[in-house]
Design a binder for this molecule. Structure first.
Ligand SMILES: Cc1ncc(COP(=O)(O)O)c(C=O)c1O
Length: 400
């Protein structure tokens, strides 16, 4: 019998070998490595709130644990959580969903994964507007589909129905939408969102709307969920939601999807044979998050509002940097092309040199499909924000 030599490389599957590592996780790892050397690192790489999970949510988890709610739950989540999600969308957006259309997932990421894996076949094209969250193309690749990117720089990253129309081919099966957008902070205005969904509905194209930053919108932007659209525009829609950012619950891994009963049945098949159900205790915490007091969300939004105002003003004073006003989420996405010269020719080299010379972590825009930009997360204290921007300014003035 032939045996494999011990040194032969692991035979990574074709689909996985086509996937790229996450640039946001790479930035986090670089920051950790530098911190371990004792360096005074300013970290603008983090994609998570710097707030703690509210006490009422932690208490609900502790009580669930004490009450023995520590067993498997239905694949779609507990009835209580499903109903809390349904009630939230009815209250906030006038949307009507049935339990057969709602499922709890292990983070918004699993909702996206379930949605794409249950829909996409090899050869299917999935439209992904730029800049995109790093995971979008990789999920499509994993499913054997082909990501087709839509350029949006001409409008300062505002996606329009016309841009989508130009990108549609006979192979287009779906689109991944993300408003508020990570990394650009752009929010698609409700009227434009409706036009987009009308176009998709006319063409029979499926839409996955990643609404992970749903509640973090700055006036005059409006909080909007595609779930609130009329039923005829929702037939091919899957909303992927998350507790991670809204309730500072990134480590709890709780999210959900809202989609037709047919699509949900297919997603349940994926989930039941992979993770079964999200952690039972975390489901009780998530139920309390939706049913309990919502002040923590407003407090976070107020704090982000103040940081965003300060950051935009400070960035605009740095020569060579320009920055659109983010309308949502907690990221600024400045254009640094005006600072690229000499040895620093790309935004990746900009980010690396900034880390080397000023121990300041930002994420290269190329990982989001937008070379020439960097992402700055302002989910960090005002003191860190001031120190980091001071370092960026010093770095830019020295190198240009
Ligand atoms: C745009 C976007 N979607 C989805 C997620 C996934 O969040 P989670 O899986 O923690 O719910 C993130 C996390 O950073 C994100 O930025």
């Amino acid at each position: 019998m032939m045996t494999q030599p011990a040194s032969s490389p692991f035979p990574v599957s074709k689909n996985v070998s086509r996937m790229k590592p996450s640039s946001t996780l790479a930035a986090m790892q670089a920051a950790d490595a530098l911190r371990a050397t004792g360096a005074n690192v300013v970290d603008f790489g983090a994609g998570e709130p710097d707030f703690d999970t509210p006490e009422n949510i932690k208490r609900a988890a502790a009580e669930a644990m004490r009450a023995g709610k520590t067993k498997y739950t239905p694949t779609a989540g507990t009835r209580e959580l499903q109903e809390a999600i349904i009630d939230f969308y009815a209250r906030e957006f006038g949307a009507r969903y049935e339990r057969t259309e709602v499922m709890a997932t292990s983070g918004g990421k699993q909702a996206l994964f379930n949605a794409i894996v249950s829909l996409i076949n090899p050869g299917d094209e999935v439209l992904i507007p730029k800049p995109y969250w790093v995971t979008f193309p990789e999920i499509v690749v994993f499913a054997g589909g082909t990501p087709v990117f839509i350029e949006t720089e001409e409008t300062g990253f505002l996606l329009t129905a016309e841009m989508i129309e130009r990108a549609i081919t006979p192979c287009t099966k779906a689109i991944l939408l993300n408003s508020p957008c990570n990394p650009s902070g752009r929010v698609i205005p409700p009227a434009e969102f409706k036009r987009i969904m009308e176009l998709l509905s006319d063409r029979g194209i499926y839409a996955v709307s990643d609404e992970c930053y749903l509640r973090f919108v700055y006036p005059p932007g409006q909080v909007f969920s595609a779930a609130g659209l009329p039923a005829e525009l929702r037939a091919r829609l899957c909303v992927a939601g998350s507790f991670s950012k809204t309730y500072a619950m990134t480590g709890w891994r709780m999210g959900y999807s809202l989609a037709s009963a047919e699509w949900t049945r297919a997603m349940l098949m994926v989930q039941s044979h992979s993770t079964s159900n999200p952690t039972s205790i975390a489901q009780w915490a998530a139920t309390e998050a939706l049913r309990g007091p919502q002040e923590s969300v407003a407090t976070m939004l107020d704090e982000y509002t103040a940081r965003r105002a300060w950051l935009l003003e400070a960035l605009r004073e740095i020569p060579g940097i320009t920055c659109n006003e983010p309308e949502g989420a907690f990221y600024a996405f400045p254009n640094v092309r005006g600072c690229l010269r000499g040895k620093i020719k790309t935004s990746d080299e900009f980010a690396r040199a900034l880390l080397d010379q000023e121990q300041t972590v930002v994420t290269d825009g190329a990982g989001f499909g937008s070379e020439g930009y960097i992402r700055i997360s302002y989910a960090t204290s005002m003191a860190q924000l001031k120190e980091g921007v001071h370092r960026i300014r010093r770095f830019v003035e020295r190198s240009i």
